[in-house]
Write a protein that binds this ligand. Structure first.
Ligand code: GLY
Length: 261
């Protein structure tokens, strides 16, 4: 699908107080802001018009806007994030979505969904039940997607401690091509209805790089993962590498930083 817009939100002054298990030390806010600016520039270069939300110091993880909604060409679903500290992030995002989506639905309690657990492949949505997304939320989301005319598969990734979210280890690059880290590859085996062509495997030592994101004619990848960059180039895929060091410290990746539609 071709995107025309994205919602983004810069990291807040409280960014370092966000959730993380990365054990890489605190992020440098000035550097994170610069990396975010470059990320926004890459989205604009790929043809997207950006809607910038203001920094939200009350929610340290609020730069990771992807977790707050699931967007489709036919409607949007506002999520209920799994981490209680993140639930308040949805209000501003919902206000923004109301301006561009007429069909707006919600995941409601007791269900929880983080958008990072939802991987779309040509109109089929794989939903990961994870530490953040539970069975109730996954079922609600699958129901909303079915109403909108989309198929969905629910996979359980809780046995894989390395995956905070499904898209921590899995990305759909279009034309049947997937990017999968070792922990996420197995998810594809149980999925019916998604295009399953080639799987490009991400080496365990480059696991962070599995969170790549296709934006129109390019794939954004994290800088510093040469094996993956070479594999993608060999497969004829145009990449743009972005430094993500400060977001990695806070368990965030490239897809988490925008809601694309
Ligand atoms: N820091 C991103 C998250 O844990 O939700």
């Amino acid at each position: 699908m071709r995107f025309t817009h994205a919602i983004v939100r810069p990291p807040a002054p409280t960014f370092a107080a966000g959730l993380t298990a990365a054990d890489l030390g605190p992020p440098n806010l000035a550097l994170a802001l610069e990396q975010h600016r470059r990320y926004c520039g890459a989205l604009e270069q790929a043809g997207l018009e950006l809607r910038h939300l203001e920094q939200d110091a009350r929610h340290p993880d609020s730069t990771f806007v992807e977790d707050t909604a699931v967007l489709t060409a036919r409607g949007a679903v506002v999520t209920r994030p799994g981490a209680p500290s993140r639930r308040g992030e949805v209000a501003d995002v919902e206000r923004c979505l109301r301006e561009c989506f007429t069909d707006l639905r919600h995941v409601v309690a007791p269900g929880t969904v983080d958008g990072g657990d939802v991987c779309e492949a040509d109109g089929h949505f794989i939903i990961g039940v994870s530490m953040r997304t539970d069975e109730h939320g996954a079922a609600q989301l699958a129901g909303h997607l079915a109403d909108l005319g989309y198929g969905a598969s629910i996979v359980d990734i809780r046995a894989n401690a390395g995956l905070l979210h499904l898209k921590t280890g899995l990305a759909y690059l279009g034309e049947g091509v997937w990017l999968a880290g070792t922990g996420a590859r197995g998810c594809l085996e149980s999925v019916r209805g998604a295009p399953l062509g080639r799987v490009i495997e991400v080496a365990p030592e480059e696991a962070y790089a599995a969170n790549a994101v296709r934006v129109n004619d390019v794939v954004l990848i994290a800088a510093g993962y040469p094996r993956l960059a070479a594999d993608l180039t060999r497969n004829g895929i145009r990449t743009v590498a972005l430094d993500m060091s400060e977001f990695r410290r806070m368990d965030g990746g490239l897809s988490c930083l925008s809601l694309r539609y």
